[in-house]
Design a protein around this ligand. Structure first.
Ligand SMILES: [Zn+2]
Length: 247
């Protein structure tokens, strides 16, 4: 009876994930953190975009030594993947930021709080410099909502459909999505891309209200209403990661 009780207890005991560490790549210290996932069957290593490092998912009982051995055996992949990653772009006074497809200079103008404005390739952010990055992001999200609402409205009218509402998010993995309930979700970072790219993503998601797939009928619909779709897709493939470098 005791044995019967003891086994499930041992099985259930969660082993905490090892403490974060750094992985040395030719002198470059790459942060490496661990996540424990009881359902994971194998070790999985991926980029930790937020922390400019790596995150490894460990099955229930994998320990630090096995994890480090796995990182070591993945060294080539890590070097290759990190070299492809765009470096984080700082959001500071005088730095440059992509906005509507053009590089803008950030000007933290100080003084009294006022509205953020964009003119002549300069983004002016008045008020306390300490809050300027947050205020700039709020402004960009707001502009994204306005532009994506207008584009979605235009395509819904042209394609003869309607959506429930629009939500603006910060998803790393997708530019937009369309729920079965008709909610269109978009990444606010599309406002950093050229207008024709933002416009295409709206056409794509609105077309999903009619065709919930990526079949020939879906693409015919998109291309009929948005002839620059291919060009926009190419832009996203080539420059999409650039818009994730900020914040
Ligand atoms: Zn799609």
């Amino acid at each position: 009876m005791i044995g019967f009780l003891r086994t499930p207890l041992i099985k259930r005991a969660a082993v905490p994930a090892p403490e974060p560490t750094v992985f040395d790549i030719d002198g470059r210290k790459v942060p490496l953190r661990f996540r424990r996932n009881a359902k994971a069957r194998r070790l999985v290593l991926r980029l930790d975009i937020k922390n400019q490092g790596l995150v490894m998912t460990l099955p229930k009982r994998t320990g630090l030594s096995d994890a480090l051995r796995f990182a070591e055996s993945s060294r080539q992949w890590i070097v290759r993947t990190l070299s492809k990653q765009a470096p984080v772009a700082p959001v500071v006074d005088g730095a440059h930021m992509l906005y509507q497809g053009h590089l803008h200079c950030l000007h933290f103008s100080g003084g009294r709080r006022g509205v953020v404005t964009a003119s002549d390739s300069i983004l002016h952010i008045p008020g306390d410099a300490a809050h300027a990055p947050r205020r700039l992001r709020d402004y960009l999200k707001d502009q994204a909502l306005k532009a994506l609402s207008a584009a979605s409205k235009k395509y819904a009218l042209a394609m003869g459909t309607r959506y429930a509402r629009i939500s603006i998010r910060d998803q790393k993995s997708r530019w937009g999505s369309c729920s079965s309930g008709g909610v269109l979700s978009y990444s606010w970072r599309l406002i950093l891309a050229p207008d024709f790219v933002l416009d295409y993503v709206a056409a794509h998601e609105v077309a999903h209200l009619i065709e919930m797939n990526h079949g020939p009928r879906f693409w015919r619909l998109v291309l009929t209403h948005c002839p620059h779709a291919r060009h926009a897709k190419q832009w996203l493939k080539a420059h999409g990661k650039d818009v994730h470098r900020y914040f």
